[in-house]
Design a protein around this ligand. Structure first.
Ligand code: GDP
Length: 446
């Protein structure tokens, strides 16, 4: 394998930058351009040790650096690795990289360091994927999930399910080969109960994926309500800035603006839409059409109602088009004590212009979306979800065969394909295309 090199820190000026080299020649390539100030010879340095010195191009100093040596297999990639920490100027780090290429290193592909870690069995595929989730984590819940996967918890869980299925397969082969009597674990009722349990647990994982995805990517949210209900004021309250035009002339919010709003562990990707109402005014009606498109693309709606005016037929009509996850904001409660009538979604009483703490939305959101911060490992991406779904299908197939009273030996194939899907989540027996697909999403230098 080639020795690869890349800048692992962001391509922007900063305090320090780090260039990573990995492969059989990592140390000898670095040796060509490094002069230690305390007379250390790189090839004689032990793993996990540092040297202070300078990077030179021929005789000329490029920068003073700290260089860390990792010896195979005790490195991130499992190969000999050198990390050069230099001053964080882009020109400096690029010059160092250029010199490394000159002495035999080749540019690393996106995620190639982590790919090598996977190929050298330093981590499983879910752990490798968790590296990206760790980098992308933007809150407590996302960080906790990424760390659970990094610790291999997701992998362990997949393994437990696979092993339970393999136990049935072993019993089946034993019975098919030479047993006279059917082993007790293959009793149809027992088998049906056990397989159902596994199916339910896999189903829960698939469902919890939706929660995990919301944590990582944010919840696409639309802010709706009739003109003047207070949508722009709600937007300003949530965003903490005067960013939508607030007027008392109905229909002044015409463009859709998108903002990220953090409410506890949830991140709302919030679009404010033009006031929803039937209108002949052309610009406004374009806005309203856009609002409907936003509505279709959203999984959560905040629907604002002016408490002073109360619920109208129009509101009911718009509410009927709202997604399953909708929260009604009964607004302007500073003007009236009128309580909301029976409504089809949960309601929170607010006065947007008084800017109450955002935590008033947290409990209702937890009720709607469930606990987002959980200590149970969750599946993290579409690749894993598809494999869980196909494992569920195979277990379901096996269950149907048990229930219709088929000869038990034909269960074997269904169980085998469920196990194969579960194993593939961890990266066992996956083909090069799958591996390529996973690592192509990484950044260069990781
Ligand atoms: P939009 O058309 O739905 O975006 O409504 P706006 O946010 O522009 O608000 C319409 C009017 O209602 C403005 O004059 C706001 O100041 C006022 N308004 C919004 N929320 C409240 C509130 O909680 N209390 C009071 N008293 N007025 C509000």
């Amino acid at each position: 394998m080639h020795t690869i090199a890349a800048i692992s820190t962001p391509e922007a000026p900063g305090g320090i930058a780090m260039i990573r080299i990995s492969g059989d020649q990592a140390i000898s390539v670095a040796e060509h351009i490094f002069v230690s100030y305390n007379h250390l010879t790189l090839s004689e340095m032990k793993g996990y040790t540092c040297a202070y010195g300078k990077i030179v191009d021929k005789e000329e100093r490029i920068d003073d650096v700290v260089l860390t040596v990792f010896r195979a297999p005790h490195s991130y990639t499992g190969e000999d690795t050198v990390e050069i920490t230099c001053h964080g100027g882009l020109y400096i780090s690029r010059q160092i990289l250029r010199l490394l290429y000159q002495f035999g290193a080749v540019p690393a592909e996106p995620g190639e360091f982590t790919k090598r870690a996977f190929l050298n069995e330093k981590m499983s595929l879910t752990q490798a994927e968790a590296v990206m989730d760790l980098i992308a984590a933007d809150g407590e819940a996302a960080l906790r999930q990424a760390n659970l996967a990094m610790d291999g918890m997701l992998g362990k869980q997949m393994n437990t399910y696979a092993e339970r299925l393999i136990d049935f397969m072993s019993a089946l082969s034993y019975w098919m080969d030479d047993a006279e009597e059917c082993p007790p674990e293959l009793d149809r009722n027992t088998l049906s109960t056990k397989l159902n349990e596994i199916k339910m647990q896999l189903n829960r994982l698939a469902l919890e994926y939706q929660n995990g995805r919301r944590i990582r990517e944010g919840i696409k949210t639309v802010l709706l309500g009739r003109p003047n209900a207070g949508k722009s004021s709600v937007m300003n309250w949530l965003c903490g800035t005067e960013r939508s035009i607030v007027t008392d002339i109905a229909g002044t919010t015409r463009d859709i603006v998108t903002e990220q709003v953090k409410i506890g562990e949830f991140t709302l990707l919030l679009s404010d839409t033009a006031g929803l109402r039937d209108t002949d005014h052309q610009i406004e009606s374009i806005g309203i059409q856009q609002a409907y498109r936003e509505l279709e693309a959203s999984e959560f709606a905040l629907y604002v109602i002016d408490a002073n005016i109360g619920l109208s037929d129009e509101d009911l009509e718009f509410l009927s088009k709202c997604p399953q996850h909708t929260l009604i904001l009964w607004n302007k409660t500073d003007l009236t004590e009128t309580l909301p009538p029976q409504l089809p979604y949960p309601v929170v009483l607010i006065s947007a212009i008084k800017h109450p703490p955002l935590s008033v939305l947290l409990e209702p959101m937890r009720n709607i979306f469930g606990e987002a911060v959980t200590n149970r490992p969750q599946i993290m991406n579409e690749r894993q979800r598809c494999l869980i779904e196909s494992a569920i299908l195979s277990v379901q197939e096996a269950l149907e065969l048990v229930d219709v009273g088929e000869e038990l030996d034909i269960l074997y194939t269904s169980l085998e394909s469920a196990v194969k899907s579960l194993r593939e989540i961890e990266g066992i027996d996956v083909n090069e295309n799958v591996i390529q697909g996973v690592f192509s999403k990484f950044c260069v230098g990781k």
